[in-house]
Design a protein around this ligand. Structure first.
Ligand code: C2E
Ligand code: CA
Ligand code: CA
Ligand code: CA
Length: 279
């Protein structure tokens, strides 16, 4: 690898595209990470806009690479999706996140829910429902405390199939959030078919929401539509106080972003919850 560590994204993607051997090497290393525990989950709090307290956390996977240090998911999730390793990786994240949440409940934060990202590839495998059941059973986490985040575009792969799977998950008691909302070009009419509890407005709309009138209009429109459909709304990428007050003023239910907290390792999350968590 050239320029080690300077830009990990380049390190993975450029080399991956040019050298087949290199891809094989990374794939083997990733398999080792999945099997031998060098993946870690960081948790980012979601803040209730009315109380200012954290009542949910999103599980975000990272890879502790021996040479590269902490590698962000954007650098290995796409590869894992291509190779099918996303199935085992996703299962590991689900199990670990459920276990950690049981620990967090035992620490007194019994109302906290955990949101786990599910790849469109993972959700369409036959074993997925069983994987979710197993993770809940093995950890003892109540299904209501687990939320699955599915990107809006996942529905476009096979609408009927994905909606059927989401309905089965809902029957288990698990909650569903539609992630990156607004980026999937799905028709708004899908929304009434989606068995979702929550939508997450993509951070590309929040970034310039103060200066850009169309981003503000879209954000307000999504909030209004979602609330009329009985859905909660999360804004992602809340980076400034101005973002937060705009979103509070427009009754966005939950706020997530660097202005509150970066994603944190479990121990640091507990410290954060002790200061800002809802008990
Ligand atoms: P996402 O689900 O949209 O997650 C939110 C991303 O935004 C995270 O990046 C988070 O660290 C980042 N973020 C949070 N607050 C802010 C902010 O205020 N400003 C900015 N600029 N960014 C913020 P991260 O952790 O690098 O994850 C990237 C993506 O990787 C996630 O996007 C998700 O699509 C995927 N991902 C992460 N963990 C998993 C996983 O366990 N399974 C699957 N299938 N995908 C995952
Ligand atoms: Ca997400
Ligand atoms: Ca998102
Ligand atoms: Ca995203």
């Amino acid at each position: 690898a050239k320029q080690l560590g300077r830009n990990t994204w380049q390190w993975f993607s450029e080399e991956m595209n040019t050298q087949a051997n290199y891809r094989v090497k990374i794939r083997n290393q990733l398999q080792d990470a999945i099997d031998n525990g060098t993946l870690v989950i960081h948790y980012q709090p979601l803040i209730d806009s009315r109380t200012g307290q954290a009542r949910s956390v999103e599980a975000l996977v990272r890879w502790e690479h021996p040479e590269q240090g902490l590698v962000p998911p954007g650098n290995f999730i796409p590869l894992a999706e291509e190779t099918g390793q996303i199935i085992a990786l996703g299962r590991w994240v689900l199990r670990q996140a459920c276990r950690d949440m049981v620990r967090l409940h035992a620490a007194g934060f019994t109302h906290c829910t955990v949101a786990v990202n599910v790849s469109p590839i993972q959700i369409r495998t036959d074993s997925f429902l069983e994987t979710v059941k197993e993770a809940l059973k093995a950890s003892g986490l109540p299904p209501q405390s687990l939320e699955l985040e599915v990107v809006e575009s996942a529905v476009l792969y096979d609408t009927d199939q994905v909606i059927r799977i989401l309905n089965n998950l809902r029957d288990l008691g698990v909650r569903i959030a539609i992630d990156d909302f607004g980026t999937g070009f799905s028709s708004l009419s899908y929304m009434k078919l989606m068995p979702a509890n929550k939508i997450k407005i993509d951070r590309s709309f929040i970034k310039d929401v103060i200066q850009n009138r169309s981003d503000a209009a879209i954000t307000q429109g999504v909030l209004s539509m979602a609330h009329h459909l009985g859905l909660e709304v999360v804004a992602e990428g809340v980076e400034t106080d101005a973002h937060a007050s705009f979103l509070k003023r427009h009754h966005c239910d939950l706020l997530q972003g660097y202005v509150f907290s970066r994603p944190l390792p479990y121990d640091q999350l507990v410290d954060y919850m002790n200061h800002h968590g809802f008990r």
